[in-house]
Design a protein around this ligand. Sequence first.
Ligand SMILES: NC(=O)c1ccc[n+]([C@@H]2O[C@H](COP(=O)([O-])OP(=O)(O)OC[C@H]3O[C@@H](n4cnc5c(N)ncnc54)[C@H](OP(=O)(O)O)[C@@H]3O)[C@@H](O)[C@H]2O)c1
Length: 225
Amino acid sequence: MISLVTGANRGIGLEVCGQLAALGHTVLLTARSLEAATAAAGRLGPTVHPLRLDVTSDDVSTVAREVAERFGRLDVLVNNAAVTYDTWQRAATADLRVVGQAAETNLYGPWRLVQALLPLLCKSAHARIVNVSSEVASLTNMGGGTPAYNASKVALNALTRMLAAELRAEKILVNAVCPGWVATDMGGPGGRPVADGAASVVWAATLPDHGPTGGFFRDGRPLPW
Ligand SMILES: NC(=O)c1ccc[n+]([C@@H]2O[C@H](COP(=O)([O-])OP(=O)(O)OC[C@H]3O[C@@H](n4cnc5c(N)ncnc54)[C@H](OP(=O)(O)O)[C@@H]3O)[C@@H](O)[C@H]2O)c1
């Protein structure tokens, strides 16, 4: 299996790469700094290949070309990169430039990657797209706070539903996953181990062909939209 993970130089993305490599996948570990990607991939072994990929940039088309030339297909896309857990903002007074910046990475990043990589995913017999979301995007339980982040992840969940419906005929499984509260730079201290958060993502990246599509999960169990 050929798998590509965004934002994989640290945190959950890095651990997802390690877990997928341990399952025998060839992993494209991408990061917005090639140096950071190279250092991280070097720690994981020879089946992990570093690539520079800032999901807000033209890197996306360069990476699509490179994957086409080197591998000819893509089996798993993990849209993990995200920014702006804006605990300092409230929706009522939020700086909309910050809201836009969050959307640029957290929503348009995954969207532009899917568009660029779809021809390669269509060449896989078992393609999976995993959008790393968060339970804070659940409308059922939504309160106030972290408005830029929440709005971007709600929209990512909507994108997940649309893609799942549109790509059902191609047998591409598309799901949104919450890793839980995880002790990373974004999550801060006190969250659960990174390995547990990553396992929640890897579950959706390695679903069997009869697995679900268009769902929202944590640890393999459905979450309310
Ligand atoms: N941690 C939690 O408690 C928690 C809870 C729910 C959901 N999540 C979700 O889990 C995912 C991973 O979070 P994390 O906790 O591992 O976060 P993290 O430690 O802050 O790591 C974020 C990663 O995203 C990368 N990134 C940011 N902007 C990028 C861009 N434009 N292009 C490419 N990469 C970019 C960062 O790269 P740099 O090193 O270059 O900045 C970094 O590698 C995110 O989608 C997050 O929303 C996390």
